[in-house]
Design a protein around this ligand. Structure first.
Ligand code: SF4
Length: 422
C-alpha cells in the first residue's frame, strides 16, 4: 500500500469517526429533548387535574387560564423532540454510509493484510506504517509545522525534522512555531533562542504571543491550573497554535485536502500520561474535509540520555537554565513541576535578578487559591530562602547539564564544538 492510499484511508476513518460522534451527540440531544417534553407534559397534566377537580368555578377558570403557557411550552418541546429525532435518523444514515465507504475501501486496499477488527485498529496500523517512513511521510505532506518551546526535546526534534526534511527535499515545507508566554511566565531569552535554533537550519519561524501569559490567565480566573485541568496548555498554547495551523492550511490554497504534519517534542519517558500517546495520531479536533492534520511525536521513544547525547554530538544550543539543573524549560513556576524544582527555580530567579518569586507568591495570597494541594508558593519561597541562607547563591557553569547527564569529557567536547561553530 502506498502513502497516498494510507492517507486516503485515514481520512475515511476520520470522516467515519466524526460521523459516529455526530450521531452519538444527536442521540444524547434527543434523550434530553424527550426528558424536557415529558416534564412539560407532567406539568400540563397537573394543571388539567387541578382544573377538573376544582370545586369552585373561579378556581377552575384560573386553572384553565394557567394552562395556556405550559401547553405552548409542551408544543415547543414536542417540536424540538421531533427535530432531534430527525437529526438522529439523518446522522445514523450518514454514519452508516461513512463506515460502509471505509469498510469497502479498506477491503479493496488491504488484501493480504492481517485482519483488523475495529476502526481504531485499522487507524493504528496505518499510522504506525507512516511513522516508520518519516521521509516518505514528509514528502506526502503539504506543510510540516514544528511546535518549539526551545527546550531540549524541541531542540532534538527540530534537529531530526530538519535533517530528514533536507534529505527528503522538503525543507521549504517546514515552519517552526514558538508560543511566547512573556517575561512574567518564562525564563529570559527563550524566544530568541527558539529563533536561533530554527535559523540554524534556515527554517521559517513564527512567534505567536499568548496575551497575559500564565500570570494573566491565573489573575483572570482567580485560580491556578493543575494537572487534571491544564487550562494553561490548552488556552495559552494549543488554541493559539491551532489558529495559525488553520491559517497555514488555508493559505496553501489547494484544490485537494491539505495534509499537515504537526510535530511536537513529546516523549513517552516523560510521564505515564505521555507514554499512552501514539507516535502519530489524527488530530480530530483540527482536521476537516479541507485539511488532514496528523500530530507527530518524532522523538516519542527517545530517552533523556539520548536527548542529551544528540545535543552534545551535534553541538546544539540549549538554554542556560539546564546548566543550573532545572530539568525542563517550562514556565518559571510550572504547575506541573515538583517542589524541589520550584525551589530551585526561585533561587535561580534571585541569581538572575528576576522579581518573579515574590510576584507569584503575592498573587497566590491575593487570589486565595493554593498553587498546588501538596505545596503553596509561600512554602516554596520560604524553603528557597532557607537554602539560600544555608548554601549561598546558586552557581553554575556552561556545560553543567551535559556534564550531569554524560560526564565531564562529553561536556568538554560539547563546549569545544559550540565554540568552533560560533
Ligand atoms: S509550562 Fe507548565 S504552567 Fe506553563 S503552560 Fe505548560 S503546563 Fe502550564
Amino acid at each position: 500500500m502506498d502513502n497516498t492510499t494510507r492517507l486516503h484511508l485515514l481520512d475515511l476513518i476520520r470522516r467515519a469517526q466524526q460521523a459516529t460522534a455526530a450521531h452519538t451527540a444527536a442521540v444524547r440531544a434527543a434523550a434530553r429533548a424527550a426528558k424536557a417534553a415529558a416534564q412539560a407534559r407532567d406539568h400540563v397534566d397537573d394543571l388539567e387535574r387541578q382544573r377538573t377537580t376544582a370545586q369552585d368555578p373561579a378556581q377552575a377558570s384560573e386553572a384553565t387560564d394557567e394552562l395556556d403557557e405550559p401547553l405552548e411550552e409542551y408544543a415547543n418541546c414536542l417540536h424540538r423532540l421531533q427535530a432531534a429525532k430527525n437529526k438522529v435518523a439523518r446522522t445514523f444514515l450518514a454514519a452508516r454510509a461513512a463506515n460502509r465507504t471505509l469498510g469497502a475501501s479498506y477491503a479493496r486496499h488491504a488484501r493480504g493484510r492481517a485482519r483488523a477488527s475495529s476502526r481504531d485498529q485499522i487507524a493504528a496500523g496505518l499510522l504506525d506504517e507512516l511513522a516508520d517512513v518519516p521521509l516518505e511521510m514528509m514528502d506526502a505532506a503539504h506543510a510540516i509545522l514544528v511546535q518549539s518551546s526551545a527546550g531540549k526535546d524541541s531542540l532534538v526534534m527540530l534537529h531530526r525534522i530538519a535533517t530528514w526534511a533536507k534529505k527528503a527535499g522538503c525543507l521549504h515545507k517546514v515552519v517552526v512555531i514558538h508560543i511566547d508566554l512573556g517575561e512574567e511566565s518564562e525564563w529570559p531569552g527563550v524566544r530568541e533562542l527558539a529563533q536561533r535554533q530554527a535559523e540554524r537550519y534556515g527554517l521559517r519561524f513564527h512567534v505567536l504571543r499568548a496575551e497575559g501569559g500564565l500570570l494573566g490567565l491565573v489573575e483572570k480566573r482567580g485560580m491556578w491550573p493543575d494537572a487534571a485541568r491544564r487550562l494553561c496548555t490548552a488556552t495559552l498554547k494549543r488554541d493559539v497554535a491551532n489558529k495559525l495551523l488553520r491559517q497555514i492550511a488555508a493559505e496553501l490554497g489547494l484544490d485537494e485536502q491539505a495534509v499537515i504534519l504537526n510535530c511536537m517534542g513529546i516523549r513517552a519517558a516523560e510521564s505515564p500520561a505521555r507514554s499512552k500517546k501514539q507516535r502519530l495520531a489524527i488530530d480530530m479536533r483540527t482536521s476537516a474535509n479541507s485539511r488532514m492534520v496528523l500530530t507527530w511525536h518524532p522523538i516519542f521513544e527517545v530517552t533523556d540520555r539520548e536527548v542529551w547525547q544528540e545535543i552534545a554530538t551535534h553541538g546544539l544550543e540549549y538554554h542556560p537554565v539546564y546548566d543550573a539543573l532545572i530539568p525542563r524549560l517550562s514556565c518559571v513556576f510550572c504547575v506541573l513541576a515538583p517542589f524541589d524544582v520550584l525551589v530551585r527555580a526561585a533561587r535561580l530567579c534571585w541569581a538572575l535578578g528576576l522579581p518573579l518569586p515574590a510576584r507569584y507568591r503575592d498573587l497566590e495570597a491575593k487570589i486565595g487559591h493554593r498553587f498546588k494541594q501538596s505545596h503553596s508558593l509561600a512554602e516554596v519561597y520560604a524553603e528557597a530562602e532557607r537554602l539560600e541562607r544555608k548554601e549561598g547563591a546558586l552557581v553554575w557553569n556552561r556545560g553543567d547539564a551535559v556534564r550531569q547527564h554524560l560526564g565531564a569529557d562529553a561536556a568538554d567536547d560539547y563546549l569545544a564544538r559550540v565554540a568552533l561553530a560560533a
